[in-house]
Design a protein around this ligand. Structure first.
Ligand code: FAD
Length: 656
């Protein structure tokens, strides 16, 4: 059992014990000095720059493992925070490796605060689980719409009862808290309720009671963070949004990340009027560019309004209780709720980290080495508090690797290659491996296979739903290095595909796999022709580095063509010129089918301007002629331009 002692005496004695222990420690090199090459580091840029990442190789203590056989500490492991990472690490340390483990966690609440949390952590109480339950609840409205195409009629529109959904969700959360507590209990992990604070490298105080441990694990996660602007007190965060007493009638969601999009989908599905404000010109920074365009378009088609390149300046509340959001561009009023999904910050305040010498980065995230060890040898950290890849399965992996390293005597680094992830937007996204942009950066020569199609279900439903699927292949090894999907069931499908990517399978392996018919997923094994082949060495014709053609850029080009019939350099940002050049490159170097694919892509992606795009694409010859004409305005070399024109003409003849 844990001993409760008074703070001062315990502190001083522990410091003595500590220096004694350190002097006895024999550095035992485990795992060698070579560090993982993290193929997917690009997906988690912070990992690549972690100052401790390439620091010291792990040195385990002289004892066989991290257990304290002589009982000089209350515990072998004391974990602060019973979320995904903390529970996994403590449970494994105890059940698999026989460590004497304790974990502290703050009392339960649906909305976290400095003193409230709950066993299960963010994922179970304020993240993945409640969010997904609300996604399920909100998806029905789309399905009701689809059902009309399949012969269903309703006497009246189905009604939704927000409070029963939230009530049932909360009952389920309570059940999960109970399950987590019994998991800890059955694993022999002592659960201590309260706020933990580190007192010294081997001592934690929980609401004034102190506990000593040979190893301390910090797994305190993160909390929503919001900018300090006028009126911020009127704003809700994701914790509150999951537990509102009533459904928003009209909501502004500030943020373009996955949490913002997921909530936009939830409220849109439940028939709120939803406006999303993003600082950049696209949602989901860091995701594949094509996916970014596609999801914004699909969500727009479902009725969500996006306000791009807008930063929030202030929120004001009028006498009728409604809120206005002022941005750098406009002020929109009439909101019943304004939600900020503007990032999360690690929960490192008031943990005693500075005092004990645990290093943090400028955002307050704990800096760890590849084994999750902090700058203090006996203190470790896993999960969101380290801000490496903030996902539940990653926190679980880090917790498990930590337990194995420290208590299993086997030095184990978490493996961040090909970590799959999902956005439970509507439609959802699943992805694993590299985006097209990251693959080009990493491998140079890349073949990209895409499919953008109307799924079978939409043929009868008549809804404008589409599916985007994308395989990114390293041209030199033929390995599939990235897979992306946006469309119904994408997360479920990508979980299976992730095994293939993790196993390093090649495009031939995908091709040799038999599809399941009729499914959307079968597209992944039937994409025969590359949509584009990006090569490191660009030709004379294309002076700029190949860039993926983004859907927005395609449609902006096409719209301009249909409106003005001429593309002039000054009409476009320099990025767009790159795109035009790349389109020409595609025409010059690809198979004829790929030109058709490009045209189809434009047709499919241009739905916001669908009619105009259709007009242009149906007369692709005209389009090409105009594009062709526009080339004369571009600053390409004379000869190259001439050759471009000739090849382009020949290509067009192939299709006429
Ligand atoms: C809205 C939302 C949706 C999400 N959806 C997904 C998803 O779909 N898929 C996915 O993989 N990830 C998702 N995540 C991320 C996922 O929830 C986190 O990556 C994961 O929970 C991190 O686990 P952790 O153990 O690091 O921290 P947490 O789960 O946050 O656990 C930390 C625990 O520490 C406790 N604590 C903090 N300070 C103290 C202290 N001083 N003393 C005692 N206890 C303390 C907290 O109360 C908390 O219970 C989502 C997150 C959010 C916010």
């Amino acid at each position: 059992m844990a001993t409760a002692a008074t703070l001062p005496s315990s502190c001083s004695s522990t410091f003595q014990t500590l220096s004694h222990t350190f002097s006895l420690r024999l550095p035992l090199r485990l795992g060698g000095s070579s560090f993982h090459h993290l193929t997917s580091l690009a997906a988690f840029p912070r990992l690549a720059h972690s100052p401790l990442l390439a620091r010291h190789p792990i040195s385990a203590s002289a004892e066989r493992n991290g257990s304290s056989s002589d009982g000089e500490y209350d515990y072998d492991l004391f974990t602060i925070g019973a979320g995904s990472g903390g529970v996994r690490a403590s449970r494994f340390a105890s059940t698999l490796y026989g460590a004497r483990a304790a974990i502290c966690e703050m009392p339960f609440a649906t909305v976290a605060s400095d003193d409230l949390g709950g066993v299960g952590g963010t994922c179970v109480l304020r993240g993945c689980v409640p969010k997904k339950l609300l996604v399920y609840g909100s998806k029905y409205s789309h399905e009701f719409k689809e059902s009309h195409g399949f012969g269903w009629t309703y006497e009246a529109d189905p009604k939704h009862d927000w409070s029963s959904l939230i009530g049932d969700k909360n009952t389920e959360l309570q059940r999960l808290v109970g399950i987590y507590k019994s998991i800890l209990n059955n694993s022999g992990v002592t659960l201590i309720e309260g706020h933990g604070k580190i007192v010294d490298p081997h001592t934690v105080s929980v609401d004034g009671k102190v506990y000593t441990a040979k190893n301390i694990l910090i797994a305190v996660g993160g909390r929503p963070s919001m900018p300090n602007i006028p009126g911020i007190e009127h704003v809700i965060d994701s914790d509150v949004a999951l537990d509102l007493p009533s459904k928003p009638e009209k909501i502004a969601i500030v943020g373009g990340g996955y949490i913002a999009l997921e909530f936009a989908g939830i409220f849109n599905g439940l028939k709120s009027e939803v406006h999303v404000f993003i600082r950049q010109n696209k949602v989901l920074r860091g995701f594949d560019e094509e996916v970014r365009d596609f999801i914004a378009e699909q969500m727009s088609l479902r009725g969500i309004t996006f306000h791009t390149e807008q930063s929030p300046q202030a929120i004001s509340k009028s006498s009728d209780g409604l809120l206005s959001l002022q941005t750098n561009k406009e002020t929109i009023g009439g909101f019943t709720h304004v939600m900020f999904a503007t990032g999360r910050r690690p929960n490192t305040k008031n943990l005693g980290l500075d005092e004990v010498g645990v290093r943090m980065d400028k955002h307050g995230a704990i800096v760890v080495d590849e084994y999750s060890r902090t700058s203090v040898d006996s203190i470790w950290a896993v999960g969101d508090v380290t801000d490496r890849a903030n996902l539940t399965p990653v926190a679980l992996m880090e917790g498990g690797a930590f337990a194995k390293t420290v208590f299993g005597g086997e030095s184990t680094k978490p493996d961040y290659r090909a970590v799959p992830s999902a956005v439970f937007s509507q439609p959802p996204i699943g992805q694993v491996g590299l985006s097209e942009e990251q693959a080009i950066e990493e491998y140079g020569d890349v073949d990209v296979y895409t499919a953008n199609f109307r799924p079978l279900r939409a043929t009868l439903s008549g809804l404008p739903d589409r599916v985007l699927m994308k395989l990114i292949v390293c041209a030199s090894t033929n390995k599939v290095v990235g897979v992306h999907m946006c469309g119904e069931d994408a997360p479920e499908i990508i979980q299976g595909i992730a095994i293939a990517v993790k196993a390093g399978l090649t495009k031939q392996d995908f091709d040799a796999t038999i599809g399941i018919h009729p499914t959307s997923a079968e597209e992944f094994v039937t994409m025969r022709n590359a949509t584009r082949k990006v090569r490191r060495s660009t030709t004379d014709e294309v002076e700029s580095k190949d860039m993926p053609v983004s859907t927005a850029q395609y449609s902006s080009i096409v719209v301009a063509l249909s409106e003005g019939n001429t593309l002039r350099e000054q009409h476009f940002c320099s990025d767009c010129l790159v795109e035009i050049r790349q389109l020409v490159n595609l025409l010059l170097h690809s198979q004829p089918e790929n030109f058709m694919n490009a045209v189809i892509r434009m047709k499919n992606y241009g739905s916001l301007h669908y009619k105009k795009v259709a007009i242009v694409c149906d007369k692709y010859k005209d389009f090409a002629d105009v594009l062709f004409g526009s080339l004369s305005n571009l600053n390409t070399k004379q000869n190259a331009r001439k050759r471009s024109m000739d090849v382009l003409k020949r290509r067009l003849e192939d299709f006429s």
